[in-house]
Design a protein around this ligand. Structure first.
Ligand SMILES: [Zn+2]
Length: 253
C-alpha cells in the first residue's frame, strides 16, 4: 500500500512523501529537518530523493539527507550537482515499487522535469503547474512554458497533481479576474477557505479540475472571452499570445 503525504517547509513549500509501511521517498526536500523529524517519528527509512528542478527551496535539504538514503537522487541533467541518477524525457524509474515516467517541462527553469505514474494517477510537477495557476517563467521562454503545460494537460483528467507550493488561494483570486464568468472557477474560489481550514492543504488537485478552472490551461477557451481579448489588444491572439499576456499580468500583481 502506497501513501502520499505532504510535509510543509518554509512558508508555503511542500515536500511530498511517497510512503510504504517501512520506507519513504521524498520529492524536493528544500529543508532536511521536516523529513528527519518524520523519519524519527515513524521509525521509517529513506529510500530515494526526487528533484524536479534546481531551485534552492527544492534542493537545500539534500546534503543532509544524501548520507542516509538507501537508493538514489533522481533529477534532471544539467541541474543540481548532487543528483546521481540523471533522467530525461521518457525515462522510467522505480521507487518503492512505483514506476515513474519522466516528462520534461522547461519554462520555470530550463532543467525542470515532472514525475508521472499512470497506474496510480500521480504527478509530481514542482513549480510548473500549480493548483489554479502556473510557475513564473524564470529561465525558459513563454512558448516553452506554454508547451510544457500543454504536455501536462494531455494527461488523464483523474491525474492527481502534487505541486511544489501552496499558492492556490492567491492563484484563484487572480484566475477569477481573468475569467469572472467561469462558474466552476467561482465555485472553486468560494470553497478554497474551507478546504484550507479543514484539510490544511488544497492539494492534490487534478488535471480535470485544472482544465475547468486554471486559465493557464484554458488559453484555447479564452479566445472566446471578449473582455479579455479586448484587454490584450491584439486581433485574433494565438493561444501562446494569450498565455504570455496572462502570465505577465499575474507577474505584475
Ligand atoms: Zn522553483
Amino acid at each position: 500500500m502506497i501513501n502520499i503525504k505532504p510535509l510543509k517547509a518554509f512558508t508555503d513549500n511542500y515536500i511530498w512523501l511517497l510512503e510504504t509501511n517501512e520506507e519513504v521517498s521524498v520529492v524536493d526536500p528544500g529543508d532536511a529537518k521536516p523529513v528527519l523529524d518524520y523519519l524519527s517519528k515513524t521509525n521509517k527509512n529513506l529510500r530515494d530523493i526526487f528533484i524536479t528542478h534546481h531551485h534552492f527551496d527544492h534542493t537545500a535539504g539534500v546534503p543532509e539527507l544524501e548520507n542516509i538514503i538507501s537508493g538514489s537522487i533522481y533529477g534532471p541533467k544539467n541541474s543540481y550537482e548532487l543528483i546521481n541518477e540523471k533522467v530525461t524525457q521518457g525515462d522510467t524509474l522505480s521507487s518503492l515499487g512505483i514506476k515513474f515516467e519522466i516528462i520534461e517541462v522547461p519554462g520555470h527553469t530550463l532543467d525542470h522535469i515532472a514525475f508521472y505514474n499512470e497506474e496510480n494517477n500521480i504527478l509530481f510537477c514542482g513549480d510548473t503547474l500549480f493548483a489554479g495557476g502556473c510557475g513564473r517563467v524564470f529561465e525558459g521562454t513563454f512558448d516553452q512554458m506554454f508547451e510544457s503545460l500543454n504536455k501536462l494537460k494531455q494527461l488523464p483528467d483523474s491525474t492527481q497533481i502534487y505541486c511544489g507550493h501552496e499558492y492556490t488561494k492567491s492563484n484563484l483570486l487572480f484566475s477569477v479576474e481573468v475569467e469572472p464568468k467561469n462558474n466552476d472557477l467561482i465555485m472553486r474560489n468560494t470553497e478554497i477557505d474551507n478546504l484550507l481550514t479543514e484539510h490544511g492543504s488544497s492539494l492534490p488537485s487534478s488535471i480535470g479540475l485544472e482544465k475547468k478552472t486554471n486559465p493557464f490551461l484554458r488559453c484555447d477557451v479564452l479566445s472566446d472571452n471578449m473582455h479579455l481579448i479586448k484587454k490584450i489588444g491584439l486581433d485574433n491572439p494565438s493561444e501562446k499570445e494569450i498565455f504570455k499576456y496572462i502570465r505577465e499580468w499575474k507577474d505584475s500583481k
